[in-house]
Design a protein around this ligand. Structure first.
Ligand code: ZN
Length: 106
């Protein structure tokens, strides 16, 4: 494995320019990979975030075309483009219309 730059959690917060609570949320939800490295002197494990994980932090997958894209809020991002968003809205609309139709027939 190629040696990569490691960031401590406060450094990662600065690098990603996000709130520390956001970072904690991402870690809890397994959205960002955390590596623990033991300290040379004390042997205590400390959490670090690799550069590769930092680069991937804002990646989200489009629910329509499965494309990976950069999102400002990757936790809530669903569509990669306006085209996919319109498609998604149309599909939702069709699903809701079908549900309504089924309800009426009962
Ligand atoms: Zn898409």
């Amino acid at each position: 494995m190629k040696k990569q730059t490691m960031y401590t959690l406060p450094q990662a917060v600065k690098k990603l320019d996000i709130n520390q609570h956001t970072l904690m949320k991402w870690i809890m939800l397994d959205l960002i990979e955390v590596i623990t490295i033991p300290d040379k002197k004390t042997g205590r494990h400390y959490p670090y975030i690799g550069e590769a994980a930092i680069k991937k932090a804002f990646d989200a997958t489009c629910v329509i075309c499965n494309k990976v894209f950069k999102a400002k809020y990757p936790l809530n991002a669903m569509y990669c483009s306006r085209k996919c968003r319109n498609k998604g809205i149309y599909i939702n609309f069709k699903v809701r219309a079908a549900r309504l139709k089924a309800k009426k027939q009962k």
